[in-house]
Every structure is written in C-alpha cells, then in structure tokens.
Design a protein around this ligand. Structure first.
Ligand code: ASP
Length: 544
C-alpha cells in the first residue's frame, strides 16, 4: 500500500483508539479528576465552601486525583470526594524549600473534597495510562522530523537562492512568490470575514456558555498570551526582530526562530550569487550534499509516519472534550467551511487557471503533505515532506521548491490568517461589539502580518491572534472562548497552510519554466553555479 494510504489508516485507527480507549471513553469507568495545573485544584477538608483549604495552593504541574464518590454538602452543593498524593519534590517546591538546603518532606496522601463546579469532567485513569503509553511514539516521530528542519531549511533555501544564478532571477522569483503569498493571504482573510459576517456565529453562543467557556479557559489563555509575546507589534520592530544578531543562536535554541534562520540563509544566498562561480562552488557543494542527506533522512522517518500519526491522533481525539465543541459548533463550522472554500476556490483557480496544472493531480500529489500537516499541526514539521512531495509528485524543480517552500512554511499561512479573521469577528460578536468596515480592514491588515509572524508550530496562530484583537480594540481575554476547539481547528488550518505553499510552488515553477513531469525528467536548463543539477528530480535522479 502507498504511504499516504498507510498514513490515512494510521489516522483513522488513532481516532478510533483515542475515542474508545482514551480518558473520556464511554466504555471505561470514570475514576479520576485530572487538573492540568495544580494551582487550579481547590481541595477542601470538608464538603463546605468555607472549609479549610488543603494543599496544593500553587504550581503548574498536572495533578491527578482518585475519585472516591460524590456527596451533597450541607450548603446543598455537590462535591467530589477525592484522594491524591503530593509528591515530595512537588511539595518541596510549593512550600518554597530550597534545593538541598533543607531535606524535602516525604510524599503524603491526602483526602478532601472538590466542588463539582470547580472540577474538570471526571475521566478514566486507565484511559490516561493507555494514552500515556502511546504518546512517546507520537513525540518520537515529531522529534525525528523536527530534528532535520533547521539544517534542511537552511541548506535548501541557501542553495535555492544561490542556484538561481543571478540577482535579477532572484528578484523575479522572489517577487512572484511574495506577491502570491500576500494575495492569497488577503483573499483567505476576506473569505473568512465574509463567512463570519454572513453566518454570525457569535449569536449562537448562549450567555451561560460564554461565562462557562471564559471561566474554564481564562487562565490558560492568559498564560498563552503573555504580554512580552504581543508587545513588539510595531512594523519596524518586527523587521528588526527578523534579522538574527547571532545566527547560530537563532538556529540552536530549543524553539529555533525560523524567520531569522530564513533571513540568514537568504542573505548568505545573495552573497553566494555575488561571488564568481568557481569561488562559491566548494561551499555550495557542501550544502547541496547536506540537503540531499536531509531529504534522505526524511524519507526514512516517513516510514514511521503511520505509527506516529496514530499516536498523535489518539492523543488529540482522546483528550478533546465534546462539550466545548457543541457550544462552539457554529463557529467551528464557519472556520471549516471557509477553509474549504479557500482551499478549493483560491487554490483551484491558481493551480488550474494561472499555473495550468491538472487540479486532480495537484490535490492527489499534495495529499501526503496535507495528511502530515493535519496530524502534526505544524507547517514547519511538514516542510521536509512538502519539499519531497513538490519534487516527486508535483514535478517542481529543486530550485523552486527549495526557495518557495521553506519561505512559505514560515511566512505564508492562509489557513491561520483566515481563522484569525473568523475568530476576531466571532469574539467581537460574542462580546456584543459590531465591527465597522474600517475595523474589518484593520483585521485584514493585522491578520496578514500576524500570520507572517506566526511560527509554523501547533497553536502559534492563537498567540498572534492577540495582536489582531488588540488592533481592533476587542479584549484579548476573548481568546479563552475559542481555546477549547483550537487544537482541532489547528489541524485543518495547517493542512490549508501547507496546501497554499504547494500551490505557490507549482505556480512559481510554471511561471519560471521550472515545472517538469512529476517523477520524471525536469526542464532542461542551466544548473546551479555548483555545476550540479538542481532541477526537478535532482535529488531522486541521483539518489534513487
Ligand atoms: N499550526 C499552524 C501551522 O503550523 C499555525 C497556527 O495556525 O497555529 O501552520
């Protein structure tokens, strides 16, 4: 069976596994209360609101409690009776013991009461253990793929630019690419805005639901959107932040700053173009070979993809609550509908009419990258697969895919921008604010910048959404309203983001005469300055 087929089966099995054996499964007994952060657990010594409060009173770690039963307190409220263990290390921290200064107290088990209104929905401890056992496989797959991102993006973009041969060619390809990115992003947001204004999803949220959502996600929302993450929003500041002062630092931190890596690769690529070919050749050959190795490694890792996506999807489907989904159903449907319209209409027109490329072949060729984007919710993690797919399935040259795709994975996020448009209108509607036309234009402008600034990682869009809301004067606490469904919608918008990048690749390849037969021989033409072919199938021709 083909790889996309196996990945699809992995996805379906993952969802089934998550729903039937996950913590929320209706088949398993609900015997645990799991607080994602200890600080949110309000445990009382007796089932009364004014009873003494038991530890923990702080801490960000997760805390799981055994559910012993349910009682009605003298104040007529319902309480869960719980038993839980405070681990020595965690207690030492919450009591402020310095490391090694005083001996940490021993672990202790406590019993108490948690008001039903203050507690998360009970879940199954067996379900948690099963998903816990599965989750390392998902993370392993993600890490293996993330491992190659920085070297691949850097090498790929560098040789992508350097192999163009001249600055004027770079200007032309860069111009078409950036122009297409901006145009499709603006179209995506417009589609989102129109859909949100026509359907008005905000009117379907009942006031009670609004309070409930705002309360249960308020803390997580304020943690996600820390002031320093949104403070530097000025256009010039953003420009300055894109240039790395120490490129190695940008590349080697735990969360590499891909925009900075890209700028460094672009500048270096331009430097190569300005050198005589003979001078540039040794270094270019080195990076070309790094690029080939990375593509090979990705091929190897992709063999694990069916298992990786199985574990990832089991986790998502097993932990996502359906309660939130029903309150936000109309909002979610508007986002999904608008994504579908954009995916089919905008990309359909661009690919069929502008690039004169068979539509079915495009979507079939892009499928593998879309599935990985959907499962990982990360354009960056999907990049190695997109590059492979663009060259092997779609017939774009190495020159074009090495240039367009790394750039697109970081700066071109149509799905994210569209969702930010819908979310901004939705949150405003729920708060009873009606956005004027100039305000909606402001959404268009800021969401374009916000999607450029968003990193290609899960949940990045919701962080930069704060920027859009601030610009139009809607309280950013409104993000709490949509947080519950964000993980799910992220999967769809990432698939659209990646499709957008691939459509750009096909179009740029067509307009620059770099589109060959998929999986076949590419257009003849000048090779890169290193003398080796960097046209379509350059990778495969040499290595397969
Ligand atoms: N997860 C998205 C991506 O990687 C970004 C976002 O919308 O959160 O493309």
């Amino acid at each position: 069976m083909s790889l996309p087929g196996r990945i699809l089966i992995g996805m379906v099995l993952g969802v089934i596994l998550g729903l039937t054996l996950g913590p929320r499964s209706p088949l398993l007994p609900k015997d645990a209360l799991v607080f994602e952060q200890r600080s949110r657990a309000r445990v009382l010594s007796e089932p009364r609101a004014d009873a003494e409060r038991l530890p923990p009173t702080g801490g960000r770690e997760r805390l799981s409690m055994d559910l012993l039963g349910r009682v009605r307190g003298p104040d007529a409220r319902s309480y869960y009776k719980v038993r839980y263990t405070l681990k020595a290390a965690a207690r030492a921290k919450s009591y402020g013991f310095g490391r090694g200064v005083r001996p940490a107290p021993a672990s202790r088990t406590l019993e108490g009461y948690v008001a039903v209104d203050d507690a998360p929905a009970p879940t199954s401890s067996l379900g948690h253990s099963l998903l816990g056992a599965l989750s390392p496989f998902g993370r392993l797959f993600l890490r293996l793929i993330k491992m190659v991102i920085v070297p691949l993006v850097f090498a790929s973009l560098l040789i992508g630019v350097a192999s163009l041969g001249s600055l004027s060619k770079l200007g032309r390809m860069g111009g078409i690419t950036i122009g297409y990115f901006l145009l499709t992003t603006a179209l995506a947001i417009s589609i989102g805005l129109v859909c949100a204004n026509v359907v008005k999803p905000g009117r379907f949220v009942k006031p009670g639901d609004r309070e409930r959502l705002a309360q249960s996600y308020a803390q997580t929302a304020s943690e996600k959107v820390k002031p320093d993450k949104v403070a530097r929003t000025g256009f010039l500041n953003r420009l300055v932040d894109m240039v790395p002062d120490v490129p190695l630092w940008a590349a080697s931190r735990r969360h590499p700053d891909m925009l900075q890596v890209i700028v460094f690769a672009l500048v270096l690529g331009v430097g190569f173009l300005m050198l005589p070919a003979a001078r540039a050749r040794p270094a270019l050959e080195f990076f070309e070979s790094v690029n080939h190795v990375m593509v090979r490694v990705v091929q190897l890792v992709m063999e694990l993809a069916p298992f990786g996506v199985l574990a990832l999807l089991a986790e998502v489907s097993g932990t996502a609550g359906t309660g939130v989904l029903s309150a936000l159903l109309v909002y979610s449907l508007v986002v999904l509908g608008a994504l579908l319209v954009h995916g089919l209409l905008t990309y359909g027109l661009a690919v069929r009419v502008l690039a004169r490329y068979p539509l079915l072949r495009f979507f079939r060729g892009a499928r593998q990258a879309q599935l990985i984007a959907f499962s990982t919710s990360s354009s960056s993690a999907t990049l190695p697969v997109s590059i492979r797919v663009a060259q092997e399935n779609l017939g774009a040259s190495g020159r074009v895919s090495s240039f367009v795709l790394p750039l697109g994975a970081t700066v071109n996020m149509d799905g994210t921008a569209l969702y930010q448009g819908v979310a901004a209108v939705f949150i405003a509607q729920v708060f009873g604010v009606s956005l004027t036309v100039p305000q909606q234009l402001e959404v268009l402008f800021t969401a374009t910048i916000a999607s450029v600034g968003a990193a290609g990682v899960p949940g990045a869009g919701i962080i930069t959404l704060a920027m859009v809301l601030t610009a139009i004067g809607v309280p950013i606490s409104g993000i709490a309203l949509i947080l519950g469904v964000d993980r799910l919608l992220d999967m769809f918008r990432t698939a659209v983001n990646v499709t957008g990048d691939l459509s750009a690749t096909v179009l740029v390849a067509r307009l620059t005469g770099e589109l060959g037969e998929p999986g076949g021989a590419g257009p003849s033409g000048p090779s890169g300055p290193s003398g080796s072919s960097h046209g379509p199938r350059a990778t495969d021709g040499r290595q397969q």
